[in-house]
Design a protein around this ligand. Structure first.
Ligand SMILES: [Mg+2]
Length: 227
């Protein structure tokens, strides 16, 4: 039995949340990050990948680490890593219907760029359903799971966290929302993410934590049945 009748604001992460984590799509972005780090820091790909994942674990995103440690300008990085082939991503009519039927406002909040959110959500035929969207370029490039981007997000859209629910595939990105008073939903998939740093990997079917209210591996069905 879910207790969500008070929810007026539905906040969705983008990557591996609004499309399934077991679709082979995010891997492209991941590989482009490795290419970028390799070129930018003049490292062999294996070493570049280690640095990429170290920054992901330590700073929230690879981008954030590159900015903090190397003073990198974020724009070129974001444009490069989000320039990907979208053909593996198909619209999900069941997800569209389920989000459309939700009462209240709906938002996207991603650690990717603002343009990436629009590009992907448009491609999978969801973009018009959202009342607002934030990328990491809307929050001074300070990513989730740090606290300040969530506060800025809620302030910008005049969201009372007590009336909000957040959907995420990243366990650590739900901790601050829970502390702020939001309900939290972890979206999992059967994908094996064990190659990712433990602190930063997307949730698997056995992931759990006391700041997660609900777990689902089938977001459309969960949204239809949420009451
Ligand atoms: Mg995600």
């Amino acid at each position: 039995m879910k207790k969500l009748s008070h929810i007026q604001n539905w906040i969705f992460d983008l990557d591996n949340t609004l499309y399934r984590g077991d679709v082979d799509f995010f891997g492209q972005i991941d590989r482009k990050m490795t290419d970028f780090v390799s070129r930018y820091l003049q490292l062999q790909p294996v070493k570049a990948r280690a640095v990429q994942k170290e920054y992901l674990a330590e700073y929230g995103t690879t981008l954030s680490g590159l900015m903090a440690v190397h003073g990198m300008d974020p724009a070129e990085f974001l444009d490069y890593v989000h320039d990907v082939d979208l053909s593996a991503l198909a619209p999900n009519p069941a997800l569209r219907a389920a989000i459309k039927a939700l009462p209240g406002r709906k938002f996207i909040f991603t650690n990717g760029s603002r343009a990436h959110a629009k590009n992907i959500a448009s491609h999978i035929n969801l973009w018009d359903l959202f009342n607002g969207s934030f990328g990491v370029d809307d929050v001074d490039y300070i990513p989730k799971p740090q606290r300040s981007p969530y506060v800025k997000f809620c302030d910008s859209f005049d969201i009372n966290p007590q009336t909000a629910v957040m959907f995420e595939d990243s366990l650590r990105n739900l901790k601050v929302p829970k502390e702020m008073g939001m309900a939290t939903v972890l979206v999992t998939s059967g994908e094996d993410w064990s190659h990712e740093p433990e602190a930063a990997r997307p949730a698997g079917t056995s992931t759990k934590a006391d700041w997660v209210d609900y777990i689902t591996d089938d977001l459309p069905s969960w949204l239809v049945d949420y009451k």
